[in-house]
Design a protein around this ligand. Sequence first.
Ligand code: GLU
Length: 415
Amino acid sequence: MRSYNSFDVLQQQVAEAAKILNLDHATTELLMWPQREYKFTIPVRMDNGEVKIFHGYRIQYNSARGPAKGGIRFHPDETVDSIRALSGWMTWKTSVLDLPLGGAKGGVVCNPRDMSERELENLSRAYVRAVVQYIGVDKDVPAPDVYTNPQTMAWMMDEYETLMQVHHPGVFTDKPQQIGGTEGRRDATARGGAVAVREACKVLGIDPTGTFAIQGFGNAGQRIALLHPELLGGGKLIAVCDSRGGIVNPDGMNPKELVTHKLKTGSVVGFPGTRSIPRDLVLELEVDVLYPAALENSINEDNMERVKAKIICELANGPTTPEADLFLHKHGIHVIPDILASAGGVTVSYFEMVQDKSSFFWDEATVQARLDEKMRKAYHTVQEAMREKKVHPRLAAMVVGVARVAEACKLRGWV
Ligand code: GLU
């Protein structure tokens, strides 16, 4: 596979959407770049007494529609360009869902698997010290992403409130519920994806109780294993993989027991009743629905011809390359693009911000019903754009997202 620079991909997507929307040169240029980028070093005292220097980023792509919003990831492979791309995708994601938010992303280049709990806490708090004046409930609101979680948010929120001497729980989302988190946030990304698949099955006339497979078994992957059958009224999970390998059972596997096995052993591999397969083969099986829930560029020109799913629901950010996108569309595979399919998480993050602001918390049924409504509406808006502009689903979602941000920039007099 050729190597991809995610930011090049993002810029290409913006240029295509801008062309369809007939945006002027200044607007297009503005939307092709992040508004603000912060890069900093983060010294952290490690358990062995030595100080290690980490490199951190927070990139605010656009805030014309509201405070910048997006996760912070801890991952060894991050670069300024990967965070730029991810911050752009957050901008289109909040816009496609019509949330009054902008887009941002943060990251630290590190390998959390080699770090102790205390080192991770030190790193999280030091990250906040580096960005404290750039974030805030009405400025930029981070959340978890790859290898960060509600505990990370709890440390970060505490550091922020300690430094600022305020009580502003809404400055981070996906916090533990005891300190201002919301009901329904942990399964929100998966739930949003399942709602999109439910709507897609209706539009395409596909039986929603058929087979499905999941690539990646972190938070989103585990939750979709449990939620797909619940929201679609059935469905057989026949293959799963994580970083250690893949497993298959054509007769289906029990999602609950699989999650327990993963949490106990650290991997899906070795789950009783399944056969081991190469990790990437999970993407190539004959299934009704495929959920890519790992990292970027998994479906690319090397394997796109072997993909046989009817619907691909992208719970990961950027799992399909531009070539693969065109190929899949041409061959009748319905891709629900990341900026729509994985938007359930940030939608419930927005609900969390609203609840924190008013100090009044909703029950789980209310969160779920409001998420369902937002996702359903966004799915059909993108469908409509697809028909009207005669473009593939990702471009249609980009057109919807970019149009709204462009309008906000215009109204503010930026362009
Ligand atoms: N990290 C998640 C995403 O990529 C959630 C972001 C948020 O809730 O702000 O959508």
